[in-house]
Structures are given as C-alpha cells and as structure tokens.
Design a protein around this ligand. Sequence first.
Ligand SMILES: Cc1ncc(COP(=O)(O)O)c(C=O)c1O
Length: 387
Amino acid sequence: MDVNQPSFDFDKEIDRTATDSDKWNKYKGKDILPMWVADSDFQSPPAVINALQDRIAHGVFGYTHASESLTDIFVSRMAERYNWHIQPEWVVYLPGLVCGLNIAARALTEQGQAIVSPSPIYPPFISSAKFAERPLVKAPVKLENGRWLPDLTHIDDQLTEQGGLLQMCNPLNPGGTVYRREELDATLAFAEKHNLLVCSDEIHCDLILDNDCQHIPFASLNDSAAQRSVTLMAPSKTFNIAGLGASIAIIPNADIRARFNRVKRGIVPGVNLLAFTAAEAAYQHGEDWLQAQLKYLASHRDYLMQEINALPGMKLEQIEATYLAWIDCSELPVENPFSFFEKAGVGLSPGLDFGNRKFVRLNFGCTRKTLEEALRRMKAAIATLDL
Ligand SMILES: Cc1ncc(COP(=O)(O)O)c(C=O)c1O
C-alpha cells in the first residue's frame, strides 16, 4: 500500500487552532508546539468522515443506542484480531474510557479493599482510587531488558487477604510496552493469589508499532482471567476520534457486569449518535487507513529514538506501541525537564503527572515536519547546557 496516496496523507498540515482543540488551545498565540495530550493531528479515515457527513445530512439527532451491526462488527473484530471469542451481551458501551476506569474502581471493590496500579501511569488510574476512596498500592514500573513493566513482586507483602482490584494498562501508557503472554500469565497468577479482580485498559491495543509484537487481551488468557475482569477498549486513539467519545467495556462475568451497570445507572449518559456512527465506520472500513498510520508512526518512532538517544542526558527505550514516547531526562542537569523544554518551545506532558518528574512524555502523533521542528528546538535547548 502506498502511504502517500492522497486520502492517507499523514504529512498534511491541518490547522487545529480554531477548533477548540485541548491540545492546540493550551499554547494558543504562543510559539510552543503542543505535543502533550494523547490525540493525534491526523484526519480520521475518509470512511469515518463520510459516514459522519451522511449522518449529519439526515438532520435529526434524537436519542439512540448502539446498532446491532456495531456490536456484531466488534465481536468479530475481537475474534479475528485476537482470537478472543466474546458474546454480544458482554459488551457495555460507555461515553469514554476514563469513566470506565472509575466505574470499575467503584463497582469492583468494597470499602477497605485496595486498588493496585502501575506507577508511573496514565493519571486517571491514580485518581480513580482516590475518587472511589480506596487505598492505592503502587506497583513500581521498572525497566526489564529495555521494556517498562510493573514489578508486582515488589508489592506482594503490601496486600492483605481482603481482595481488591488490579489495574492494568496494556499497551502501557506511558512506556509503550506490549505485554507478552508469559507476563500476562504472571499477572493473572498474582491476581489469583491475592483474590483480585482486574480492570485492563487496552485503549492503545490497535497501535502496535513492532511487527513481532501481538496484542493479547488479558481476558482472553483463560476462563479465570475472563471471569475476574473488565476490559476497556475504544476506537478513539486508533482512528483519532477521541473528541466524539465512544468506548467499550467487555465484561464476561454476569455478576461483575451487573455491579458495573448498577454503578453507572442514572449517572453515565449514553453514547452520542455521532460517536456510534464514527465507531462503526472506523471498525468496518478503517483497516487500510490504520495500517498506513501504523507505518507512518513506526517511522516516526524510529527517527525519534535515534535522535533522542543521540542527545546527551536523554534516553528513550524501544516504544512497542502507542504514539507516546516516555523520555528519561534524569541525566539532564535541569531542575524541571518539562519547563525546560516548554521554555524552548516544545509543550510536552510533565512526567510528574504520571509519577516521575525526571521524565517527559512526547506525543509523536503529528506530521514529520512538526516532529522535526520539535527535535530541532530540543537539541538547541540542550546545546545551551554545560554538558
Ligand atoms: C491508557 C489510557 N486510558 C484512557 C485514555 C482516555 O480515555 P477517554 O478519553 O476515552 O476517557 C487515555 C488517553 O490518553 C489513555 O492513554
């Protein structure tokens, strides 16, 4: 496939400044490149744009629900991509994935039960324990043969007999690690030993950049994994439709599903009809676009790794998945790497938000031109240091 065919032109510069974009508005009017929040600067697949235009042309936007065809498409997708055979009734639609994390935190634990979370991690994991008023146990994410992984053995003796919830993020954000089967098996063994239910955030599962990595849903391991888990997925990162809000919880166990739905009742609104329209078009017709995007992102990743690792004081491990680079700046002689690069005109995510202030997270879901300019600015800033 030709990545450069006009409909899949990821190099196309699109001005997002007049669209109330969170990413671009943060630095509105300033010469700072926004490379923080996790949406990309790419136009969604043409099939998604066309489906939305058709739906809008209809002109009536009343209450709605998921079409049977969307659920069928999703069920088939799980079987085809992951050899995971789910039932339509296991599927619960949500207007976002973070609300799924919070519902799971409340529905799957009782007072006093702990929530175990990797650390550093995407911040809503941590806040979900706080909002649910549950004690948080942090599993430190460490480097193992160049891959970031939570160290569960480290917290073995911090857990009581009481059970609780284990949160997983696969692929891992930040870090980009794609769990291997034996790592998932070990995670399941840990959950069984400590009587933990599992909430597995797999929002980045379609964004695998390494051909020799394969996403394996935790719940697809075996019946024990399925019966203790809530899996969260979404088309939002994959097809860049995060602003529309459609996510999916897959909950095989009927009792857990009922508890989840009870917490959500009367509070969590339904998914809006444009989000359903976009999700269905993306899952049904977005595959060629997705493959082209993965090629584009993998080439960004390779370029970024080479450039960052050539800079003094900076280190970046292999990013197996996601368009988010977790950059180690601990050897850089600056107090606050986030502010240092922001002053140099590059708006990254502060590592502190995830749990380590000596890191920054760079979103490379942008054009090559933007990425090159960001690196030029970072290099120039580092050149001013006495290294
Ligand atoms: C791991 C992870 N979960 C959830 C989300 C956001 O989900 P949503 O915007 O659907 O609430 C993100 C966005 O960056 C993420 O990286």
